[in-house]
Design a binder for this molecule. Structure first.
Ligand SMILES: Nc1nc2c(ncn2[C@@H]2O[C@H](COP(=O)(O)OP(=O)(O)OP(=O)(O)O)[C@@H](O)[C@H]2O)c(=O)[nH]1
Ligand SMILES: [Mg+2]
Length: 269
């Protein structure tokens, strides 16, 4: 790190995505961040988990399976209200594994929301692309997969995508129907064409069939695919501080935020 004459470094394409992208164009900031990282590093234990897909396919219901006690046995499939915009549920633990928590973003599937959803689709995140097995709309699945592929292809960022079919409890879902559906989906969406796309899962939110297996696979896959797991400890501290001090507030003015940053040893610039 002691290279006084070094004025610029090109880190584009470097697979070590530990350095926050906001610093990429400023070598002094990269250097400061790396120095902090050398002294004080900590593991990032949160992951963003986004539920996407067309309306009425079971995104909110699947999230309820994740958050309800024993939800892997199924939940009441009464008519849900269609999600209005985005619902966020923080701190979701899966399979009793508290070493990693998920911040779940449940995106309303009505097309009217699509333009604004784009602002919240981040790379280095985990996506659950949900569809209804009994009436799959392949062009909608295609739309989301294309969109997620474009996110994952920016620089060295990545996404993990799980394609999940719900309504496995329907009488329509015979073995033959499921076999044909699997073939159709594999032909139309070969995993090689969509980096980060995982093997498909078919589940019933009503009976819970397949939910536990899916959840276990999700946790294991996410733990294997480490997205920036090591960060500078002050930044993680600031993140926690914002969650506590900013709770219930819609915004924080810049001066106050700089105070918070200082308390956590993050340089506010
Ligand atoms: N039988 C059965 N019903 C399900 C299943 N998954 C969801 N449902 C039902 O399907 C309907 C729509 O589910 P939601 O979870 O609201 O769908 P959504 O994708 O969140 O819809 P939007 O918020 O409009 O995008 C509800 O009545 C659910 O109870 C399933 O696996 N089996
Ligand atoms: Mg919903």
């Amino acid at each position: 790190m002691e290279m006084p004459d070094l004025s610029a470094v090109n880190i584009r394409g470097n697979p070590l995505n530990t350095i926050p992208s906001v610093f990429h164009n400023d070598w002094d900031k990269v250097k400061k961040y790396l120095l902090t990282l050398t002294d004080r590093k900590a593991e990032w234990r949160e992951r963003k988990l986004l539920f996407v897909g067309q309306e009425g396919v079971g995104k909110t219901t699947l999230l309820r399976c994740f958050t309800k006690k024993k939800g892997y046995r199924g939940v009441n499939t009464r008519a849900n209200l269609s999600t209005d915009g985005i619902d966020i549920v923080e701190g979701v633990s899966l399979c009793g594994d508290s070493s990693i928590t998920f911040n779940a973003w449940d995106l309303g599937g009505q097309e009217i929301y699509y333009p604004s959803h784009q602002f919240f689709l981040t790379s280095n995140s985990v996506y659950i692309l949900v569809f209804d097995l009994t009436a799959p709309k392949l062009d909608r699945i295609d739309y989301w997969l294309q969109l997620l592929r474009s996110l994952g292809s920016k620089g060295f960022s990545r996404t993990i995508t799980f394609l999940v079919g719900t309504h496995l409890d329907s009488p329509k879902c015979t073995e033959e129907y499921i076999a044909n559906m699997t073939q159709t989906l594999n032909n139309r969406f070969p995993r090689l064409r969509f980096p980060g796309l995982q093997p498909m899962h078919f589940i019933s939110c009503k009976t819970g069939k397949g939910v536990r297996e899916f959840t276990e696979t999700l946790v294991a896959t996410v733990k294997k695919e480490q997205f920036s797991p090591i960060l500078a400890e002050p930044w993680i501290k600031l993140h926690e501080y914002i969650k506590t001090a900013g709770s219930g507030r819609d915004y924080v003015d810049w001066e106050e935020f700089k105070e918070w940053a200082k308390i956590c040893d993050v340089e506010p610039d």
